[in-house]
Write a protein of this length. Structure first.
Length: 110
């Protein structure tokens, strides 16, 4: 087997073990540090998605797309800081992704 297949299988096993653990072990029995870290999981995933979007737009040679992406990320960060509400932050992020992925190509002719 190639190294990449072994790596994928190891990651799949680790992911499966984590999922099974959270199904079989009630949240009350988890250590406090684990419960606190789980509260930060959704914002971390949102930040990872934003990073991928910015990296993709920055790799393009399109300054309009890059500027729009950075401005929209700033808007999402402002919403997150101002209201401290995950739902509002996700809604702003989804709106930003819709603008970048759906409307921006129409505006710049791409």
């Amino acid at each position: 087997m190639s190294e990449s297949i072994i790596a994928v299988l190891c990651l799949a096993a680790a992911c499966w073990l984590l999922r099974v653990t959270f199904v079989l072990v009630p949240a009350e029995k988890l250590p406090a540090a684990v419960r606190r870290s789980l509260d930060q999981m959704a914002p971390a995933v949102l930040a990872a998605l934003a990073t991928v979007e910015i990296t993709e737009s920055a790799s393009d040679a399109n300054p309009v797309g890059m500027a729009t992406t950075v401005l929209l990320l700033g808007l999402v960060a402002f919403v997150a800081y101002r209201w401290r509400n995950l739902t509002a932050t996700v809604a702003a992020a989804l709106g930003g992704v819709a603008v970048v992925d759906l409307l921006l190509p129409l505006a710049v002719g791409g």
